[in-house]
Write a protein that binds this ligand. Structure first.
Ligand SMILES: N[C@@H](CCC(=O)O)C(=O)O
Ligand SMILES: [Zn+2]
Length: 276
């Protein structure tokens, strides 16, 4: 059976892009008589605002979607810690105390999400009194596992290229896990068979595929859908003034009609799909 999910982070309001994403995931599951889950990804420290989760539920309901909600990430901290310990025992993690500024200074290469960390801390003694993040030694991990592939319903078969982000952080300073570790573990625990999300997370899948191999997790398929862009050609974001679903809902807009239009790729003026 097909199981999809919508996994919003409660650090800002949902906008049209999220509406589209949740509808795509919902419909892909429903078309096959499968299950559609919502998981609140609330381990972003002070950026997580738990009260937004309730707003998200009202937004999805307003769109006319039905879902099963699985436990939020904040209830799963032990499983993240356990997985990080296993990777540490495999000697695949190393501590890093660099600041963003230091990394930008050290980096020689740019990745999809900014400077690639050059591994400077691999052999450095850590300061026991200062916060530590744990990075995956990607080259070592990839060597141990060998070549990997993954399947995207939209883009086709992919050869995993886990080095795209350099040595990613798996355990953040003062936070139990990074997005990569938490989402990969949760998708497995939730029995997700089709990971559905925006194309902005396409590259992240290379890392997730490696983590699955390292941790012996089942391998789903992926569906990375096109993003919605605003009138300036940038992806929708509340901080750039994109209307939130809560605003539209409170203004009395018709949620099911909006859902129907998004399904037919009819977008409000100024909004467009990113070209693949
Ligand atoms: N929580 C992530 C999405 C994670 C995912 O779909 O893998 C976000 O809101 O951007
Ligand atoms: Zn470092």
């Amino acid at each position: 059976m097909i199981v999809t999910r919508f996994a919003p982070s409660p650090n800002g309001h949902l906008h049209l892009g999220h509406a589209y994403s949740s509808i795509v995931a919902h419909d892909l599951a429903r078309a096959e008589g499968g299950r559609f889950l919502m998981r609140i990804e609330d381990i972003d420290g002070e950026r997580s605002k738990p009260e937004l989760a309730d707003e998200f539920r009202r937004d999805l309901e307003w769109l006319g979607l039905e879902w099963e909600e699985v436990p939020a990430q904040s209830t799963r901290i032990d499983t993240y810690r356990e997985a990080a310990n296993r990777l540490a025992e495999m000697e695949l993690l190393y501590p890093c105390q660099c600041s963003r500024a230091q990394i930008a200074e050290q980096a020689a290469k740019q990745g999809p999400e900014g400077p690639i960390y050059p591994g400077t801390c691999k052999c450095i003694e850590i300061d026991k009194d200062a916060p530590v993040a744990w990075r995956l030694d990607v080259e070592r991990a990839a060597e141990r596992i060998g070549a990997l592939e993954w399947e995207d319903e939209v883009a086709g078969s992919q050869k995993a290229d886990p080095s795209v982000f350099g040595d990613v952080i798996l355990v953040r300073k003062a936070l139990p896990a990074s997005y990569h570790l938490a989402a990969t573990l949760d998708d497995a625990a939730d029995g997700i068979t089709l990971v559905t999300r925006g194309a902005d997370l396409f590259q992240a899948t290379h890392i997730h595929r490696l983590l699955q191999a390292l941790l012996g997790l089942p391998v789903p398929r992926w569906h990375h859908h096109p993003l919605l862009l605003d009138e300036t050609g940038k992806k929708l974001a509340k901080r750039r003034g994109s209307a939130s679903l809560a605003d539209l809902r409170n203004a009395g807009e018709d949620g099911p009609l909006l859902a129907k239009q998004l399904r037919s790729h009819i977008l409000p003026t100024g909004i467009s799909f990113e070209k693949a």
